[in-house]
Design a binder for this molecule. Structure first.
Ligand code: NAD
Length: 426
């Protein structure tokens, strides 16, 4: 199958790098996004998101005429859908996936579909979402045939291919990672494999659409469950007065045991989200996966409770002081070490809650940012680690950024410490 024009629907953290990398292979790429600002920025050869190396690739692809962005779909040989899959806003804590973006994108491409086209869903999706795409397309185009009704003979090929790139390394991982490709039929899988071979150097492994959907959800649930085990251990050990870091080190001496490190909670937009896509479809069966989500979601409050306990201890030991005179320093705001990304960060959420309830001074140490995020941490001060340790009474370690690991233990003496990552308390 030949792909001369490829259309990528949704030009965000996944879609734009994918479009740019395909365009860098000298294919004609038409990027489609409902966000006019994103479209205008890309057509100027610039980018609206942060990802190393992406700006150069987009700039070159637009300048050489291989990549163009637009707000309305155009005919192409293949369509890759990379739109958001958040939770439904209504329903509060039900964590039900919202397929409306996928449905809207499918409806938008339906009028420009032609016989022989390939449609790939890349968005992280609950099982059955690819079949839903096929249904929406079939409803809109009764003049074409689809895999659900015509199998291998269908006019349109449809597949799911989940994305597993790591933010910050997207350009390299897009090319090097293996891809799981789930076609609605074998012919669909073959067509999708031919498309990915344009830019993927990793292995392309084919399966069914439903298995491919479940594979992505399984990978992130596996990680979530393992992190939850470590987090639960940390809470149990605290109660039993055992050093959890030493305990894990000792247990990991067993040749077949590899326990992860506890932390302040699970952040980011994949691990904390994707397991719910399994739970929401099979609530009675996914008991362990749900429990892991609950353990990890409960960890930030446990850290906050520990901070309040430390403040109480400090005040009992210093009866001449009032709560207003207690200074709390929070180390780290990012959602993981050595990056500046604060989105979905448990460290940020914990710091916000501490700051909101602390009548005294809240100091923040985050070496990866220049200023505190606007409107989110009123009354807090961004300071250096040295300044924080000079005046803080309670110190909370939330992210194991490299510079924090080399802090002289003497500087921590006399502070009440809550070390959620075990770099000082280990
Ligand atoms: N960001 C990651 O690290 C990552 C990793 C793996 C998988 N994913 C998955 O990939 C999907 C996309 O994630 P993202 O981070 O790129 O999201 P994003 O929010 O960065 O980008 C999505 C883009 O889609 C556009 N969009 C929304 N509806 C549209 C429509 N109907 N037509 C055209 N464009 C539309 C938005 O304007 C936005 O620019 C999600 O399902 C996500 O879970 C993301």
């Amino acid at each position: 199958m030949e792909f001369n024009t490829i259309s990528v629907i949704g030009l965000g953290y996944i879609g734009l790098p994918t479009a740019a990398v395909i365009a860098s292979r000298r294919k004609k790429v038409v990027g489609v996004d409902v966000n006019q600002h994103a479209v205008d920025t890309i057509n100027k050869g610039e980018i609206h998101i942060v990802e190393p190396e992406l700006d150069m690739i987009v700039h070159a692809a637009v300048k050489e005429g291989h990549l163009r962005a637009t707000t309305s779909p155009e005919p192409a040989d293949a369509f890759l859908i990379a739109v958001p899959t958040p939770f439904k806003a209504e329903g509060g804590n039900d964590h039900v996936p919202d397929l409306s973006y996928i449905e809207a994108a499918s409806k938008a491409i339906a009028p420009v579909l032609n016989k022989g086209n390939l449609v790939i869903l890349e968005s992280t999706s609950p099982v059955g979402a690819t079949e839903r795409v096929a249904e929406v397309l079939a409803e809109a185009r009764p003049d074409l045939t689809f895999p659900q009704s015509h199998g291998e003979d269908s006019d349109i090929r449809i597949a799911h291919c989940p994305e597993r790139v790591l933010p910050g390394h997207v350009i390299r991982e897009l090319v090097e990672n293996d891809r799981v490709i789930g076609g609605m039929t074998e012919r669909c899988s073959k067509a999708a494999t031919a498309l990915y071979k344009i830019f993927v150097e990793g292995e392309c492994i084919t399966t069914t659409a439903r298995t491919a959907e479940m594979a992505k959800l399984t990978e992130n649930s596996f990680r979530d469950v393992n992190i939850a085990f470590a987090n639960e251990l940390s809470i149990i050990c605290d109660k039993l007065d055992i050093n959890v870091w030493e305990l894990i080190r000792l247990s990991n001496r067993h040749p077949r045991v590899n326990i992860l490190q506890p932390g302040p909670g699970v952040g980011g937009h994949c691990i904390a989200v994707d397991p719910w896509f399994i739970v929401s479809e099979t609530p009675d069966e996914a008991r362990l996966i749900r429990a892991a989500r609950e353990v990890n979601d409960g960890k930030p409050q446990w850290v906050i409770d520990k901070v309040n306990e430390a403040v109480g201890k400090f005040l009992s030991a210093n009866p001449e002081k009032t709560a207003k005179e207690v200074s709390i320093a929070c180390f780290g705001l990012a959602f993981k070490p050595d990056i500046d990304d604060l989105r979905e960060s448990p460290a940020l959420a914990i710091t916000q809650k501490i700051a909101a309830s602390n009548p005294g001074q809240t100091l923040i140490v985050e070496p990866n940012i220049e200023a505190l995020p606007a409107g989110k941490l009123e009354g807090c001060t961004l300071v250096t680690a040295d300044d924080a340790l000079e005046s803080a009474d309670v110190v909370v370690l939330l992210v194991d950024h490299k510079p924090f690991k080399s802090i002289d233990p003497q500087q921590l003496e006399g502070c009440y410490l809550i070390d959620s990552r075990g770099i000082w308390a280990a």
